[in-house]
Design a binder for this molecule. Structure first.
Ligand SMILES: O=C(O)c1cc(=O)[nH]c(=O)n1[C@@H]1O[C@H](COP(=O)(O)O)[C@@H](O)[C@H]1O
Length: 272
């Protein structure tokens, strides 16, 4: 099944556009997992089990694993997610960008080693740096467009020669030229709803990955109104820290469940 088929199925079967982000920070783990071997896997697996019924996608951030020399735990986790929750879209958040020969290796890492359904990439080095991901015809290629951080404006708001801001130029480039397999998506931050609206107008029904609700304070109703596609769906709305660390106590699993459920419901309420 392709990335977009899986995502469409998850949107309708689970009635959810929530993406649960896995940014496991050992310093914030509950006491029962402090200094335990395999704690990153155990924590993430606990969060996945607690939140899977409420999510369309799961997004592990690779740096949290590699910085702790825990790529083996990420491999085990990806295998667990695929085997236990085949209806969850697995997004590897790696934000890769390099020349083609190196990008081929990054693509193999995402799609062979971790068997992700999609990977996040930077458009900064242009089409030949993205080609190796596009050559995996069923896999999702999620391109940074208007990121959620304030500093994204340093470059993304610069105007091109015809007056189009760079983030909208990227949106047009991906929609018109890079999306030849129909498996591309764009990253647009929930902290910039006006820009989400402009991107949606430009790209039609291409999916959007939207981080920035929860810990970064993005407004859910404004995000959903701006980002919904012609069918009222079209979004993977990510929340990481607000769900992962909803409680630092023994009730961390239940707190994550409650937060994921409440976030999915808030997203759905804004669709109506
Ligand atoms: O690609 C992303 O997921 C991403 C793009 C972006 O523009 N902003 C952004 O915060 N993210 C990711 O979203 C996660 C943070 O989510 P919160 O903890 O909910 O703020 C981190 O893994 C970031 O790398």
């Amino acid at each position: 099944m392709t990335f977009t088929e899986k995502l469409n199925q998850a949107w309708s079967a689970k009635n959810s556009m929530l993406t649960v982000g896995l940014d496991p920070d050992p310093q914030r783990f509950p006491a029962e997992l402090q200094d335990k071997p395999g704690a990153i896997y155990a924590f993430c697996r606990g969060i996945v089990d607690a939140t899977a019924p409420y999510a369309c996608a799961i997004k592990p951030q690779i740096a949290y694993f590699s910085a702790e020399r825990a790529e083996d735990q990420l491999e085990d986790l990806c295998r667990y997610i695929r085997d236990t929750y085949p209806d969850l879209t697995l997004i590897l958040d790696a934000k890769r960008g390099d020349i083609g020969s190196t990008a081929e290796q990054y693509a193999r890492e995402a799609f062979e080693r971790y068997e992700a359904d999609a990977v996040t990439v930077s458009p900064f080095m242009g089409l030949d740096s993205v080609e190796p991901y596009l050559s995996w015809q069923d896999k999702g290629v999620i391109v940074l467009c208007r990121t959620s951080n304030a500093g994204g404006s340093d470059l993304q708001f610069l105007h091109t020669s015809d007056g189009t801001p760079l983030y909208l130029h990227v949106a047009g480039l991906v929609a018109d030229r890079w999306n030849r397999n129909g498996q591309c998506a764009l990253v647009v931050g929930a902290t910039f709803p006006e820009e989400i609206r402009k991107v949606r107008e430009r790209i039609g029904d291409m999916p959007l990955l939207i981080p920035g609700i929860g810990a970064q304070g993005g407004d859910i109703p404004a995000t959903v109104q701006a980002g919904r596609d012609s069918k009222g769906a079209g979004m993977m709305i990510n929340s990481s820290r607000a769900i992962l660390y909803a409680s630092g106590g023994d009730d961390w699993r239940d707190a994550a469940t409650r937060m994921a459920c409440a976030t999915r419901d808030a997203i759905n309420a804004a669709r109506a």
